[in-house]
Structures are given as structure tokens and as C-alpha cells.
Design a protein around this ligand. Sequence first.
Ligand SMILES: Cc1cc2nc3c(=O)[nH]c(=O)nc-3n(C[C@H](O)[C@H](O)[C@H](O)COP(=O)(O)OP(=O)(O)OC[C@H]3O[C@@H](n4cnc5c(N)ncnc54)[C@H](O)[C@@H]3O)c2cc1C
Length: 381
Amino acid sequence: MDFALTEEQTAIFDMAHAFGQENIAPFARQWESEGTIPKELWPQVGELGFGGLYVSEDSGGSALTRLDATLVFEALSMACPSVAAFLSIHNMCAKMLDSFASDEMKARIMPDVLSLNTVLSYCLTEPGSGSDAAALKTRAEKTDQGYTLNGNKAFISGGGYSDAYVCMVRTGDDGPKGISTVYVEDGTAGLSFGGLEEKMGWKSQPTAQVQFDDCKIPSNNLVGEEGKGFKYAMMGLDGGRLNISSCSLGAAQTALNLTMKYMSERKAFGQSIDQFQGLQFRLADMEIELQAARVFLRQAAWKLDQGAPDASKHCAMAKKFVTEAGSKIVDQSLQLHGGYGYLADYGIEKLVRDLRVHQILEGTNEIMRVIVARHMLAEHS
Ligand SMILES: Cc1cc2nc3c(=O)[nH]c(=O)nc-3n(C[C@H](O)[C@H](O)[C@H](O)COP(=O)(O)OP(=O)(O)OC[C@H]3O[C@@H](n4cnc5c(N)ncnc54)[C@H](O)[C@@H]3O)c2cc1C
């Protein structure tokens, strides 16, 4: 068993970290207050091969392992978890297209997806269905030319901003087997967006409803086979859970680094506050939890790379553990900064706000426990 990163993995992490520190970190607060990420950033990210991190070489992707991809998200989220998480969603969609889209479709769209000239959103949630995603109601009626879509998707990261939408829609009966995946390009007649949601965190990402009103798409925008869309959507989620956990991890590492520095400089009662043993113990607890989260996450990624039978269980366990650990660490970091932690200039309060949603999306942390318990019961039956 070897827990060390390879030279290549270290180089991937360093490249992503350097890019984030130069091109994202200095602007993260500005983008947050503007409520958007400049579109010009994405082709630069694409040049690094991050538009299709684990898309196969055959499709022109970087063909990295899931473990390698976690390093990219951990490193980028050290600059801004909101930007890193947005890239994670694009990559989840890109992998779905790589795995299931027809050769014709891949030839048509993949070059722009990989270069990030086409930014993708993932549309599963609806106003009436989140955790119970298979209850979705957006309808795609088959016509002579293709499909006509009617319905609404809720909470869509990149709604009204992205260039294309990978959408789970109902083509058949109720339940998961009646769901298909379709690709809807921005500008398609009948596609519109709700107003921008006001959110606690992830403020640089526009979030909006995606609405279909007799929205007509050609038949060759069906991804894979009819009736398999729910399976495709769920297959993307194991990796998505690793990515979002990595975003918590990187942000928590940044918060801890800032806290160590602050505590060495801040004086109280005649000494720097890092000399109080009670606070040293808090630092030690944060470090222990962070390192445990990192090892657990990388093990889950390794399991997914190996195709291990318990990979989904480990991805769910890691998502629950790492996102909660990340939130605890950034919250403790805020506390150790005293009143200054509450001020935007110190860089901690944004992380507290940004990480909170990681416990809610890509499957809530309650649903992660449902998955873990289901696996445990199956293993013991
Ligand atoms: C900022 C943001 C961005 C998002 N981006 C996207 C996106 O890009 N694309 C997309 O498709 N979705 C997106 N979502 C939606 C997100 O995936 C859902 O919010 C999430 O799946 C939860 O669904 P819900 O909000 O409907 O909550 P509900 O499913 O209604 O859950 C409410 C509560 O009940 C609990 N619960 C539900 N069922 C069970 C159960 N069986 N056992 C125990 N507890 C249960 C939940 O854990 C939760 O605490 C985003 C959400 C947010 C907040």
C-alpha cells in the first residue's frame, strides 16, 4: 500500500494550484459580488486539459483517473470553492457525454466542451423533486423531428449562463426507467430561465430555474438510449461526490493555513494566541480531521478507479464525512480569527458560506447515509 502521490500527480496538483492562485484567487471576491464568473476564464482552464479531466483519450479528453481529478479540485478550491465546484459540474456532464453520446454527437460537440468554449450545466432537480429525483416530471414528447420539452428544472448551477444543458427528462412512464437524457443548446427556441436565485454561498455561480416551453430539440440530441437517462445521471454522481468533497477539502486547507498565520501574529494577554494550549488543541483537532478526510477521500477515489464493488458506498461515505469535516474546519477557523473572521477581508467567512451547500447537493448528506445503510444491509443479508 502506497499513500504517496506520484511525481505526475504532484505535478497535476501543483499546476492546478498555481493556476488557481494566479487566475482565480485574486478575483474571487470580485466575482462573488458581481454574481458571475467571467466567461473568458473557461478557455484558459480548458487549455490545461481541465474541460474533460476524466474524458477518454478517444474523445480527446485528459483521461485522468478519478483520484487525479480530486487533486485538481482540491488545488483549485484552495483559490475559490465556488469556481472549482462549477468546473466539477461541467466535468460531470462531459463524462456523461463521453460515455453515452453517439459518435456523431461527440464529433459535433466534444471539441468545444473540452476546450470549455461550451460550458455545460447538469439539469436533474425540479421544483417538486430533489432527493427523489426519479419523480421528475419535465416531459419530452417524441415528434417526427425530435422531441418537444415542457417543464422546469430548479436550482440549476449555470442556469442562463451555460452554453448547453444536459437534462434528465421523462420520455416514458413514471419511475426511473421512463427517464432519458437530452442535450439542449442555449438559444434553442422555448428555452428560458428564471430569475437569479439569491444564495448564502457559491455566489459567483449564477443559479436559476431552466424552463422548457414547447422547446424543440432534434432527435440526435438524445444522449445514449431512451429510458436510460436516470442510470446515466446516477453514474455521474459517484465522481461528482468525490469532486465536491475535494472542494471542501481544499477550502478547509486554505482556512487552516490562514488561521495558523493569523494566530502567530495576533497577540492577546501578552503572547501570540497560538501559544494558548487550549487553542493548540483545537488546531490539532482540525489537522487530524483534515488529514483523515483527505485519506478517506483518496481511498474512495481509488476504489472508483478500481471499479471496486463498494465504490459507491465509499464515495457516499467520503462525501458525508469530508463535506462535514470541511464545514467544521472553516467554522473553527472563523472562531479562531475572533471578530476578524467575520469580516470579508480575512477570507474565511466566504468559505463558511461556500462550503455549506456541499452538504446539500450531489445528494444530501442524509441521502449519503441512506446509500451507506443500504449497502451495509445488503452486505449482511
Ligand atoms: C446552490 C445549489 C446549486 C444546485 N445545483 C444543482 C444543479 O446544477 N443541478 C441539479 O440538478 N440540482 C442542483 N441543485 C439541487 C440539489 O441537488 C438539491 O437541492 C438536493 O438534491 C436536495 O433536494 P431538495 O432541495 O429538493 O431537498 P429535498 O429532497 O426536498 O429534501 C429536504 C430534506 O429532506 C431530507 N430527505 C429527503 N429524502 C430523504 C430520505 N429518503 N431519507 C432521509 N432524509 C431525506 C433531505 O436530506 C433534506 O434534508 C442545487 C442546489 C443548490 C442549493
